[in-house]
Design a protein. Structure first.
Length: 188
């Protein structure tokens, strides 16, 4: 014996402890390394800029969103239903987004972000391409949407809709998300 303690950690124990280790790293502010630089949280605005207004006025989906968001449909449901209408898909598919409103009812990922990604996936399923090629197309579109979103707003509802923030922030983000989703849906 060399005086070293004999420490053995089974694979099962190691895997079972991974969530605790990841949670602990978040608790102490240590984030896992990624290939993405840290994102600067953009300043949220309540009103559309002149350029944004011109852009969304050209969008059928952004105009249609006004019929749903705040009228019994959550953020996720409203963007998904206007996407379904745009893609001429059955509107009852909107139920796929019913659990995503309000950041999955936990103020987590914004419903406008998640439902935009759902719409891109639906479009990929409509392509007359091999599955692997369609998945590559949607992956590129999702990356564009994600990059656009993170330049516009935080990912999480808890950072977007703080107690002191009015609903106008969400209205603005929804209209912009509808216009961007429409732009991406027509690009592939």
């Amino acid at each position: 014996m060399n005086g070293q303690p004999n420490f053995h950690l089974s694979r099962r124990t190691f895997l079972a402890s991974t969530p605790v280790l990841l949670w602990g790293s978040r608790l102490w502010g240590v984030e896992p390394d990624t290939d993405q630089p840290p994102q600067k949280v953009p300043e949220l605005k309540e009103e559309l800029t002149t350029e944004e207004l011109k852009w969304i006025e050209k969008s059928m989906m952004a105009k249609d969103l006004n019929n749903y968001f705040g009228n019994g449909y959550s953020c996720a449901e409203s963007l998904l239903i206007v996407s379904l209408r745009f893609l001429e898909k059955p509107e009852e598919l909107v139920w796929a987004a019913s659990g995503f409103g309000g950041g999955m009812y936990h103020k987590d990922l914004c419903g406008f972000l998640t439902s935009g990604i759902m719409a891109l996936g639906i479009k990929a399923g409509m392509l007359d391409k091999e599955r692997i090629e369609a998945k590559e197309d949607v992956a590129q579109a999702v990356k564009q949407y994600w990059k656009w979103w993170t330049s516009l707003a935080p990912l999480h509802c808890s950072e977007i809709r703080k107690p002191e923030t009015g609903s106008k922030v969400c209205v603005r983000l929804g209209r912009l998300a509808a216009a961007k989703t429409e732009e991406l849906l027509t690009s592939f």
